[in-house]
Design a protein around this ligand. Structure first.
Ligand SMILES: Cc1ncc(COP(=O)(O)O)c(C=O)c1O
Length: 393
């Protein structure tokens, strides 16, 4: 199989698996246990927390382990919004129309709970506009949540600039707005230094960067107002109750450390492959358009609209040829709606429904790319011919 759906999930790194194995077998203790096997599990969780904190330029006490990106995002949005409202700071939240459904649906839930939410749009390349963001700020704004890299078109959002706008606003208005970013698509491709980004909260999902599924990270800056969502035991510094997923946490630490190493070289190699894939497909297939500008975006993402076909047909045709790609967002594949991201970018609906995302990874080779460049025009031509042929009875 040629796997070009790394934005949906990535293969687990062998060293991650190796690091996890002891915690699936002999070191099975509950980290709360006072005996040796419990203490050993607790030591592994502590070590992973220290590693993750170092990768993010954060303090270990600011790292909360969760069950994945979705939980981190929901926890950040609800946890901060409720705490700020309770403190009387206001009830207005700003987010974007191009967030992953985890962020969008969490924001919609806040609306149902009495918050006012502004959804800012984006330009044709999938980037939010700083001026639109700044104009949305109000005296009762408490939280902004803007993703770092979009999962469908790869556009990297100007988070550090947005943080700068919020700092100026706080200075002028004496009113602080907290900033969360969904950075799920960023590890391995972008540096994730929380102070350089200027964020108060940041969400990650381990399986997107060579770690295990069902594990994630929420960075929460020290002293950020926070209302705990999952109640129970005192785990995760009283911020997220529940017995720790020790193997998942250990794997997360190793995977993030690997993803944070050699970013520049990895990005350069994959960008070259991505550009070759784009140029090869566009040269050999008529009626194709790249969604997004490919500038200021993660280097592994290529989203192409194929005129006159439905993306599902192409994805299934490529699958039969041993190639895994995605029609829009993998997470919204079950719903037959055009991508909300492509709609927000102003992509015409007929193009949006024929758009396919190819997302490369560390394992992608030149030979893979050449094979895909041969297969895509062949499959597109076949589907277009089928669509054009009269219906037989
Ligand atoms: C940008 C983004 N945010 C959040 C998520 C949710 O992550 P998970 O499904 O691992 O909880 C995804 C998954 O595709 C994503 O791409």
């Amino acid at each position: 199989m040629i796997y070009l759906d790394n934005a949906a999930t990535s293969p687990m790194r062998p060293e991650v698996r190796d690091a996890m194995l002891p915690y699936l077998e002999s070191v099975f203790g509950n980290p709360s246990g006072l005996y040796a096997v419990g203490r050993e599990a607790q030591a592994a969780v502590d070590a992973a927390r220290t590693t993750v904190a170092a990768c993010l330029g954060a303090r270990p006490a600011e790292v909360i382990f969760t069950s994945g990106g979705t939980e981190s995002i929901n926890t950040a949005l609800q946890g901060i919004a409720y705490a700020m409202r309770r403190a009387g700071a206001g009830a207005h939240v700003i987010t974007t129309a191009i967030e992953h459904h985890a962020g969008l649906h969490a924001a919609q839930f806040l609306e149902e709970s009495g918050f006012d939410v502004t959804y800012i749009g984006c330009d044709h390349s999938g980037h939010v506009r700083i001026d639109e963001f700044a104009a949305a700020l109000r005296p009762d704004t408490i939280l902004a949540s803007v993703m770092l890299a979009n999962n469908e078109v790869g556009a990297v959002q100007p988070i550090a600039e947005i943080a700068g706008v919020l700092r100026d606003y706080a200075h002028r208005q004496q009113h602080r707005v907290l900033l969360h970013t969904d950075a799920v698509q960023a590890p391995g491709w972008l540096p994730l230094e929380v102070n350089a980004l200027g964020v108060d909260a940041l969400s990650l999902s381990s399986h997107k960067f060579g770690g295990p599924k069902g594990s994630g990270i929420l960075y929460l800056r020290r002293a950020t107002p926070f209302h705990q969502l999952l109640l129970g035991g005192g785990q995760e510094m009283q911020k997220r109750a529940g017995t720790e997923n020790v193997p998942g946490i250990v794997g997360t630490g190793v995977a993030l450390e690997r993803a944070a190493t050699g970013i520049r070289e990895r990005a350069a190699r994959v960008r070259t492959l991505r550009d070759r894939l784009r140029d090869g497909i566009l040269a050999a297939t008529s009626g194709t358009t790249v969604n997004g500008c490919q500038q200021s975006c993660v280097p592994n993402n290529l989203n192409i609209a194929f005129d006159g076909i439905e993306s599902e047909s192409l994805v299934l045709g490529l699958d039969a040829a041993g190639i895994a790609a995605s029609s829009g967002s993998a997470c919204s594949n079950s719903t037959w709606e055009p991508s909300h991201v492509l709609m927000a970018m102003g992509v015409p609906i007929r193009r949006a429904v024929g758009s396919v995302r190819f997302s490369l990874g560390d394992a992608t080779t030149e030979a893979d790319i050449e094979e895909v460049i041969r297969a895509v025009p062949r499959e597109v031509a076949r589907i277009r011919a089928e669509n054009a042929s009269p219906v037989r009875v």
